[in-house]
Design a protein around this ligand. Structure first.
Ligand code: ARG
Length: 587
């Protein structure tokens, strides 16, 4: 189905063409002055200028041509030649009926669907996730959902950080605590234990200590780097340990992500492309794209047009180890070979923009993957009330599990204040709190234009009032209750009729769904969808406050309003699901 703006654009284009102008002038958008009109077409000024005609006169004649169109109640010419369009009530009713019947409830479809890999999450084994990783998880997961909804073939990959120095630090730390383990005995050739020698608590205890120690103890840092080199060279014991570390971390990560309803198709990591690195390096050497510089193999990626200094990509460092550049390039090789995507999106902190620029240029230069189809989807930082990147009270980075726990506690508090209906038992209450916490965190993040920074204010995020996730849940729950009351009273939805201003506004709001989604997809910015859902919820509140629904005595009007409510519920739930937010049945 097409939204009204698209249908009106067809009508406007036709009248432009009818008077000998290009169809492009017929573009229509929502009116900037909703008190005057529903939509506007601004093409007359450009068209008239090109033809050396008077814009107002052209607009007046086009307004005449449009009169009688089945969608249009009135066209006014305003200012230098704007066409202000008011839509007929029955056209709105018809549009609402289409939204209600449409399997996507007005969400639309991408005209150019692609195969897209979205690389997001990016947690590091053993290292605690910081708020940046959480943003990546929420934004990436939302992009997966909405692009898939619009028809793209999307593959989400967590791209675990499991190849760098943190692995060496862990190996050395475990060796120190449990030196007799067979992983460290080069002479041992029996079977290695299946059970991991450490659990998640051990990892969270060992890693920060080792990382701290490496800062002032050079010999220790040296040993950790040696362990990385040995692991990368394929030492069987070290590789087995690596696998244990990954398995233990992944299990914990899955639990934490589940709280936010974030999921991945692939749980691959940097270490999965190890086998591709040597062939990649040889190939780039053979083709003269990599050169030896001070013992390291590098790829020059600077360009004459560069305004900033662009250092080379480090393929293999002078100690023979491969790092972040090499694993990212090799991963692109692997993705290209296995999935042949049209595009790869990297949902990663804005501060890594430089890294991706280097990697993308190197891939383009080596004809591995075109730069134009590699996109860094950067995002801003989450700040504390002091305006600096958010830290815990103790000054550390916030773990995802702690963040979840904090949000849950806040949700429980808010629910306590909100006076839930008396017959809700403790289990249902706990489920509701979890849904409220998830809605709070996800919406608070997604509603911001992703490149901006925002302030972490849990109290505000969890409020049932304002532009928050819980406010949206509340709108859905209220709708569900209303429809239940109607059903109990034997009232059924019937054919739609639009009469009242608040009904018009609500239908016009619903009609914006496909534009919001296509903007969110095109710009990779979920806030367009948040904005839309919030507008629908607000328009619904206004309608609900202004007009009787179940209590309406005229059964036709009541049936029409119930149909409107049904459409709102369907679209709100669809939209929220794309944001990864689920509403409870009641609260
Ligand atoms: N593990 C990285 C970090 O913590 C993020 C990974 C992002 N994805 C990528 N393909 N580089 O900074």
């Amino acid at each position: 189905m097409k939204d009204l703006a698209a249908q009106l654009a067809e009508a406007c284009s036709a009248v432009f063409v009818g008077r000998g102008f290009d169809a492009k002038w017929g573009a229509v958008k929502k009116s900037d002055r909703p008190e005057l009109a529903d939509f506007q077409c601004n093409g007359c000024m450009g068209a008239a200028k090109q033809a050396g005609e008077n814009a107002r006169e052209l607009a007046a004649s086009l307004a005449e041509d449009l009169a009688g169109n089945e969608l249009i109640a009135r066209v006014d010419v305003a200012g230098p030649g704007f066409l202000n369009i008011v839509v007929r009530d029955d056209a709105l009713a018809n549009q609402l009926e289409c939204i209600r019947q449409d399997p996507k409830h007005g969400g639309g479809q991408a005209a150019d669907p692609e195969t897209v890999i979205i690389d997001f999450g990016g947690p590091n084994v053993a290292k605690p996730m910081h708020v940046g990783h959480i943003r990546s998880a929420v934004i990436g997961d939302t992009l997966v959902r909405l692009m898939r909804f619009l028809g793209d073939r999307v593959i989400g990959d967590v791209h675990l950080g499991d190849w760098g120095l943190q692995m060496g630090l862990l190996i050395v730390a475990v060796m120190e605590e449990q030196p007799s383990l067979p992983y460290f005995d080069a002479a041992y050739d029996g079977p290695l234990p299946e059970q991991p020698p450490v659990n998640m608590d051990d990892l969270s205890r060992l890693y920060p200590a080792a990382s701290q120690r490496a800062k002032d103890d050079d010999a220790y840092a040296q040993r950790a780097r040696g362990a990385v080199a040995r692991m990368q060279a394929g030492d069987v014991g070290y590789r087995a340990l690596l696998k244990h570390f990954i398995d233990v971390s992944v299990a914990a990560l899955k639990t934490d992500y589940a709280f936010l309803d974030v999921s991945f198709d692939f749980w691959k990591g940097e270490s999965d492309v190890d086998h591709l690195i040597q062939p990649l390096v040889s190939d780039l050497q053979a083709r003269g794209l990599a050169r030896l510089d001070d013992g390291a193999w590098i790829i020059d990626v600077a360009r004459d047009s560069d305004k900033k200094d662009m250092p080379p990509v480090i393929l293999v460092n002078s100690r023979g180890a491969t790092g972040y550049h090499a694993t990212d390039i090799a991963t692109i090789v692997e993705r290209q070979e296995t999935l042949a995507p049209d595009r790869i999106l990297y949902v990663v902190d804005q501060r890594q923009a430089f890294h991706f620029e280097q990697v993308f240029r190197a891939c383009d230069k080596a004809a591995i993957f075109p730069e134009a189809q590699l996109e860094h989807i950067g995002f801003g930082t989450v700040n504390g009330t002091d305006g600096k990147p958010f830290k815990t009270r103790e000054g550390g980075t916030l773990r995802l599990s702690d963040l979840n726990a904090l949000a849950l506690a806040e949700a429980e508090k808010k629910i306590g204040e909100a006076n839930l209906s008396g017959d809700i038992g403790p289990d249902e209450r706990a489920d509701i709190a979890a849904l409220v916490a998830r809605a709070s965190l996800r919406f608070a993040d997604l509603k911001n234009q992703r490149t901006t920074n925002y302030m972490f204010e849990l109290e505000k995020f969890s409020s049932f009032e304002g532009k928050t996730g819980p406010y949206l849940l509340y709108a859905v729950v209220r709708l569900k209750a209303l429809l239940k009351r109607a059903a109990a009273a034997g009232a059924v939805a019937g054919s739609v009729k639009i009469v009242e201003p608040s009904e018009r506004k609500l239908v016009l709001a619903l009609d914006g769904f496909s534009l919001a989604l296509s903007l969110a997809r095109e710009k990779r910015m979920p806030h367009y969808l948040c904005e839309h859902i919030y507008t629908v919820a607000q328009s619904f509140s206004a309608f609900y406050g202004a007009l009787p629904i179940v209590r309406e005595s005229d059964t036709d009007i009541r049936a029409a309003r119930l149909a409107l409510c049904e459409a709102v519920l369907l679209q709100l739930e669809t939209g929220l699901e794309l944001l990864g937010i689920t509403a409870p049945d009641r609260m």
